[in-house]
Design a protein around this ligand. Structure first.
Ligand code: ADP
Ligand code: MG
Length: 417
């Protein structure tokens, strides 16, 4: 039995009309003799009636009168509705289908409501249902904890559900259907000539996803990578195409995926930069005190640069007020810049290649974009910039590394499973 996992995002399942495209992809796969596990998100986006944010509006969220446990019960409804609606439309087309909640599909999580982690998938029920059905429609973004309580696994969680199920049933492939043609060289809403990538490694996509390319959730990529299941990210509104995420290896030893210097550019907005400095010689105490204050307040910090005279780091804008208050409580006088964006230039091929950082700085300087902070690793260079410049910056970097142009070296790849 060959199984495919197909995941359809919120915009793909939002209306009868868009679901016609969904059903077409399901029929195509069935015609190719696959059995299917289909994972669905909630229908549409706010203000659509059953979108996750619309359900939250029903309890005036984020006014915190509701418990985390009941919040999960509420949020999980969106995907359950979606699974039942799609399963029924499939049955109307004489396709043997059954809808399951995440829990019924065997998804076990830890007890961390709203942000639960999948611990284990027991695919017994899915296998049983596949004896009499061709399609199992599973509500994404949810599971149950050890005591049987419903849990949700965080935004973008349906991607993770699809990956976990794909690994559990040893799917031939996990297909993530969405409203763009694949994983692109940059967010197509920001860069008009962004191009869909052909074949990319799990690692590169994981980096891009962590740095803000929301087309696929990074957890999903990690799970698929560990299970060695290829992921195809593709458009709901098209027949073919898409980006294959896998382990790629060239059949010519001299050419390999790392020859692509830069794979893509991602960005994350709504970041606050905080700088705490001292004139005294006790910077080491300042550093540990600052980080302890942040940790005690449960504030997640990023982009940490330490110097002999102080520290610079970032927090999400929504935690900015709290962070500043805690610092002032301790007698510090932080310098704060709100509304920053972290732009990440990602590419396995930049490892050991000199001059990449200077090209980034030059491209941004030419556009008059101020770099507030920067950092780098083997495969990523990050810069923090004012959010007002994000279009200029991302487009300038996209041009600098010629990302709109098709890379020819990719055609020699063989796919490794
Ligand atoms: P879904 O509801 O199908 O899960 P999402 O909104 O979560 O869809 O993800 C798709 C969106 O991700 C696209 O519409 C696009 O604007 C955005 N996006 C950001 N970065 C990228 C990228 N590098 N490639 C493709 N899409 C991206
Ligand atoms: Mg998504």
């Amino acid at each position: 039995m060959q199984i495919l996992v197909q995941k359809f995002g919120g915009t793909s399942v939002q209306s009868k009309q868009t679901r016609q495209h969904v059903i077409k992809h399901i029929e195509n796969a069935l015609n190719n003799k696959y059995k299917l596990v289909v994972v669905v998100s909630a229908m549409g986006r706010n203000p659509a009636a059953y979108a996750t944010d619309s359900l939250l509006n029903l309890v005036d969220y984020p006014e915190q009168s509701i418990s985390d446990r009941e919040l999960d019960m509420l949020m999980a409804c969106g995907e359950i509705i979606s699974s039942v609606v799609l399963s029924n439309e499939l049955k109307k087309k004489s396709i043997k289908s059954v809808a399951l909640t995440g829990a019924q599909a065997g998804i076990l999580t830890n007890a961390d409501y709203n942000q639960a982690k999948i611990k284990e998938v027991n695919p017994t029920r899915i296998y049983n249902e596949l004896k009499t059905n061709d399609v199992i429609v599973v509500a994404g973004f949810q599971g149950k904890n050890e005591i049987g309580e419903l849990t949700t696994i965080g935004r973008g969680g349906s991607d993770t559900t699809a990956a976990a199920l794909g690994v559990a049933v040893k799917a031939e492939r996990i297909e993530i259907f969405t409203d763009v043609n694949g994983i692109m060289t940059a967010d197509p809403r920001v860069v008009k000539n962004a191009r869909a990538l052909d074949v990319v490694t799990y690692q590169e996509i994981c980096n891009l996803a962590y740095q803000g390319a929301k087309v696929i959730h990074p957890r999903a990529v990690e799970i698929a990578m560990r299970g060695k299941i290829p992921v195809l990210v593709r458009s709901t509104y098209k027949e073919g195409g898409g980006t294959l995420v896998t382990n790629v290896q060239s059949n010519k030893s001299a050419v390999d995926v790392s020859e692509r210097l830069v794979t893509g550019i991602a960005h994350l907005a709504n970041i606050t930069q905080i700088k705490v400095q001292t004139k005294e010689k006790e910077a080491y105490r300042l550093q540990s005190e600052v980080f302890k204050a942040m940790a005690d307040a449960g504030i997640s910090i990023d982009f940490i640069n330490i110097s002999p005279t102080g520290v610079v780091y970032t927090v999400p804008d929504i935690q900015g007020k709290k962070a500043i208050a805690r610092l002032e409580d301790k007698g510090f006088h932080p310098t704060v810049i709100k509304n920053c964006t972290k732009v990440s230039v990602v590419g396995a091929g930049m490892n050991g290649v000199p001059g990449v950082a200077s090209r980034i700085v030059q491209a941004l300087t030419n556009e008059g974009v101020q770099i507030l902070q920067s950092a780098d690793s083997h495969t990523t260079i990050w810069v923090l910039i004012p959010s007002k410049d994000v279009y200029k910056a991302v487009n300038a970097l996209h041009d600098e590394f010629d990302l709109a142009k098709e890379s020819t070296i990719l055609h020699d790849f063989i796919i490794e499973r």
